[in-house]
Design a binder for this molecule. Structure first.
Ligand code: TEU
Ligand code: CA
Length: 552
């Protein structure tokens, strides 16, 4: 199919992030081009043809700015430069140009809640109590007992305050001590960060995924967080307190609206917010009159038990909670979460792909999920994620391993041992092998993406629940005169779906459903008519309503 024939072009303009599919690249793990075992920007550029072939619309790059890499780029020491490990600003410009040539958008990761402790701002702030940059961060005198100023806990475990012996004050860090939180109540911080956004917008980026956007504002009085009565030992330590005062403060909406206003100075850019909050709080991040994030990331699929009734309820609640005009979105995985195949198994990972790519709302696809990467074993001596050192078992390395491109040394990712190990099955689980297998999970993803492009009902159509029967979920997507139904079997056993799946039709009519896609492959073109409809275990079907064909 030529570029021009792609129907998604009809939905261009500011709708690109609604009709489109976002693909997350973790640049350290996509493609290494200089033989240091770490992926780089030239590597992403070299693989853009793959992304175009796959059919996605935008690529979101996890952080590539200058960083000492205490948290692998989520600790920025220069917001306006590329880390040498990844390349140069010129490499970045080339990536954007090459992406745009292929009609792929580029979304940057923006990490505004905290900087690296090596950022010049923090170095200045730390220099003395009366340094002009002191107030750019959150400093407090010790509590009455000489300990931290309040009881807040780091998201990676341990206290969220670190004493600076030179000045005798503590600074706050929601994550590592190497990641001091900025003080977003300071107007200079805000202005400096808005300029960072403009710096990248001027270079042509199409939007931002804003890291921990719900954390930016903290309670002005820094009051203690209440103890969480539901805390179960073994959960991450951060869950032992309710994050009542350390995040999700009403003042954050004003900050987000400011960011959004900067994006509005440009054409058709997207603001995505990373937000781990319950649904009713999440939707507040669309902002008053949709002045907030275009897409507050919806991680609910990751957090919901993998059964039809629970998922049906979730979709319904999410659809109901959306503000008028708010555009939905769905995420199945990212660099912080166990991979979907690790969580639900290889068979259900295929059903998950159908779900993600047929729900109403922008899907974000995590690199490697399209080749079915699961939990890659990380031997103790190869652990990289600092969280694993703080709280063993919490580490995120298993979902950050290199992309697997072809059989042979390092699966085509690098010429040397990669920074994290490859999946033991890399010789067979790779793009080159799977792209030619009609039944592969990669082929399934590509077909689903193509279907979503071809059928506006799937990309921008309405959503209507149809039925939940045992572990089978059926819903409908509709746009103009196009109606598509999706039936997903979250169970492992064969089953029959009620005739509800067939259209109620007058005697003799030729109307019915046609199978567009089965996650198991093979059933395309089948036309179940009335009666019961068979669905194999772990199978999902996409069906389209066909009007009566001409008699004859
Ligand atoms: O993650 C924020 C965040 O809250 C996660 O660490 C979350 O606590 C965890 O995955 C459990 O769900 C963002 C980035 O995505 C992550 O990689 C960074 O480490 C973190 O912020 C700090 O910047
Ligand atoms: Ca490299």
């Amino acid at each position: 199919m030529t570029e021009d024939a792609k129907p998604a072009r009809l939905l261009a303009g500011e709708l690109w992030w609604k009709a489109g599919i976002v693909y997350q690249v973790y640049p350290r793990s996509f493609q290494d081009t200089n033989g240091d075992g770490v992926g780089d920007l030239k590597g992403v550029t070299a693989r853009l043809d793959y992304l175009a072939w796959l059919g996605v619309d935008a690529v979101w790059l996890s952080p590539v700015c200058r960083s000492p890499m205490a948290d692998y780029g989520y600790d920025v020491s220069d917001y306006c430069d590329i880390d040498p490990l990844f390349g140069t600003l010129a490499d970045f410009d080339a990536l954007v140009a090459e992406a745009h040539r292929r009609r792929l958008r580029v979304i940057m990761d923006f990490v505004p809640n905290h900087t690296s402790q090596d950022h010049p701002w923090f170095r200045e702030a730390r220099a003395s109590r009366d340094n002009p940059k002191r107030d750019w961060y959150i400093w407090r005198d010790p509590g009455p007992d000489g300990g931290p100023p309040n009881n807040w806990i780091s998201n990676f475990g341990g206290p969220a305050w670190t004493l600076d012996p030179a000045s005798g004050q503590y600074y706050y860090h929601a994550f590592l001590r190497e990641q001091p939180d900025l003080n977003w109540r300071n107007p200079q911080v805000r202005a400096a960060m808005m300029d960072v956004l403009r710096f990248w917008l001027d270079r042509g980026v199409d939007g931002f995924r804003v890291d921990v956007i719900w954390h930016l504002m903290k309670d002005e009085g820094l009051r203690d967080n209440p103890v969480n009565p539901d805390y179960v030992a073994g959960e991450p330590e951060i869950n032992s307190l309710v994050q009542l005062h350390s995040a999700d403060q009403p003042e954050v909406m004003q900050v987000i609206a400011e960011m959004r206003a900067v994006l509005e100075e440009y054409d058709a850019r997207v603001l995505i917010g990373e937000i781990y909050l319950p649904l009713e709080r999440l939707v507040a991040y669309y902002g008053v009159d949709l002045s907030g994030a275009h897409l507050p990331f919806n991680f609910q699929l990751i957090q919901t038990p993998w059964h039809a009734p629970a998922l049906a309820r979730l979709i319904e609640e999410y659809e109901a909670a959306l503000p008028e005009g708010g555009w939905p979105n769905w995420v199945l995985g990212n660099h912080d979460q166990p991979r979907i195949a690790a969580r639900v198994g290889d068979a259900q990972a295929r059903v998950a792909a159908v779900l993600l790519l047929t729900l109403r709302g922008t899907p974000t696809l995590y690199y490697g999920d399209e080749i079915g990467l699961g939990r890659v074993p990380i031997p103790p001596e190869r652990v990289r994620d600092p969280w694993e050192h703080n709280e063993p078992g919490r580490g995120r390395d298993p979902e950050r391993t290199p992309m697997q491109w072809q059989p042979g040394p390092q699966a085509g990712f690098s010429t040397v041992e990669p920074w994290l190990p490859l999946d033991p099955q890399a010789q067979t689980r790779n793009v080159e092998v799977l792209r030619d297998e009609p039944g592969s999970i990669l082929t399934l993803h590509r077909r689903l993406i193509a279907l979503r492009r071809e059928h506006p009902a799937l990309s921008v159509g309405d959503y209507r629940p149809v039925s939940v029967d045992g572990d089978v979920l059926v819903y409908e997507r509709r746009h103009a005169d196009e109606t598509i139904r999706v039936a997903l079997n979250f169970g492992h056993g064969d089953c029959k779906v009620d005739a509800d799946i067939a259209v109620a039709q007058p005697e003799g009519a030729r109307e019915g459903w046609e199978v567009l896609l089965s996650s198991a492959g093979g059933r395309r073109g089948e036309r179940p008519l009335g009666g019961h409809f068979a669905l194999a275990g772990d199978e999902a079907l996409v069906l389209i309503r066909r009007a009566a064909a001409a008699q004859g």
